[in-house]
Design a protein around this ligand. Structure first.
Ligand SMILES: O=C(O)CCC(=O)C(=O)O
Length: 290
């Protein structure tokens, strides 16, 4: 059911469920600035812009905060940085930034997986003390391929065999091709039968809500999304903040996928927000079915 948490409840809910909606949403002006930036970036052809393998439409854009001023400002928005710091109880830096575009009619699925499988097995992230802060750039509805999460699965450890064995030290991290980490055929996925068992046990939640709604989900939560069969795009922007004291030991993927600069993020001051014409945090609207 619809729950918009008080700030004090957010951490408890995140720890228990592995995901939650944030109490504040981004102002429409900010979302519009970001949306326009995404449109601009989508037309570029560079490695950061990943295409769907079947339709050739843009699937995702990575590392935008490195080359787009609006995205660089967004990662410093006080409500996003504050949320990450509150959940991790530590200063944070930006580990990943992506916009998953899920275009109308052509946006392909994401199989069940855990993000931490990639970060641990490929990059050597020591612990799952990072957080995905997700912002709906388009309204997310049942029919445009919303993010689906299996609550409480963040406590189960890594479920993909290769990723699980690297966790106990018996496999070498850092052997994958990054293209298999961003496509429909993910290198570290959760077996569909196992995911089905988990859904039967824990249920499944959908991340549905209005433009500007903000959510947090855990690196180890099992999640997926279906193909977009509707005529509406579903753009989901995800900033992964990592705790500055959570080491990443074997980074080898492109910098636009995995940042090696661990400088803590400093939230925009009221003067910097005003200079950008951006209002401060505002109380959000509850999503309808999460
Ligand atoms: O955008 C989506 O629907 C899913 C994205 C996802 O699972 C991921 O980026 O890890």
């Amino acid at each position: 059911m619809s729950v918009l948490l008080e700030p004090t409840e957010v951490r408890r809910r995140y720890d228990e469920e592995g995901w939650c909606q944030a109490p504040s949403q981004l102002n429409a002006r900010i979302v519009e600035d970001v949306r326009r930036g995404v449109e601009r970036l989508s037309s570029r052809r560079r490695p950061e812009v990943v295409l769907e393998s079947d339709s050739g439409t843009v699937r995702a854009i990575h590392g935008c905060h490195r080359y787009d001023e609006t995205s660089a400002r967004l990662v410093r928005h006080p409500s996003l940085v504050g949320l990450a710091e509150q959940l991790l109880q530590a200063p944070v830096y930006v580990y990943q930034f992506k916009v998953n575009l899920k275009q109308a009619h052509t946006g392909a699925a994401w199989p069940w997986h855990q993000d931490y499988a990639f970060w641990h097995h490929e990059d050597g992230m020591a612990e799952d003390r990072a957080v995905n802060v997700a912002v709906l750039i388009d309204e997310s509805r049942e029919e445009n391929g919303p993010l689906r999460v299996i609550p409480k699965t963040h406590r189960l450890g890594l479920l993909h065999p290769a990723a699980a064995s690297s966790q106990d030290g018996s496999a070498q991290p850092g052997t994958g091709d990054w293209r298999n980490h961003v496509s429909e055929d993910l290198q570290y996925s959760v077996d569909p039968a196992r995911a089905g068992e988990l859904v039967a046990r824990y249920g499944e939640d959908r991340v549905i809500g209005p433009q500007g709604a903000v959510f947090a989900f855990h690196p180890s939560i099992v999640h997926a999304s279906s193909r977009n069969t509707s005529g509406r795009r579903r753009a989901l922007l995800v900033i992964t903040y990592n705790a500055v004291d959570n080491p990443v030991l074997t980074p080898h993927r492109p910098e636009f996928l995995v940042a090696t600069d661990r400088t803590p993020v400093v939230a925009l001051s009221p003067a910097e927000l005003a200079e950008a014409g951006w209002p401060g945090p505002e109380r959000g609207a509850a999503c309808s079915t999460c």
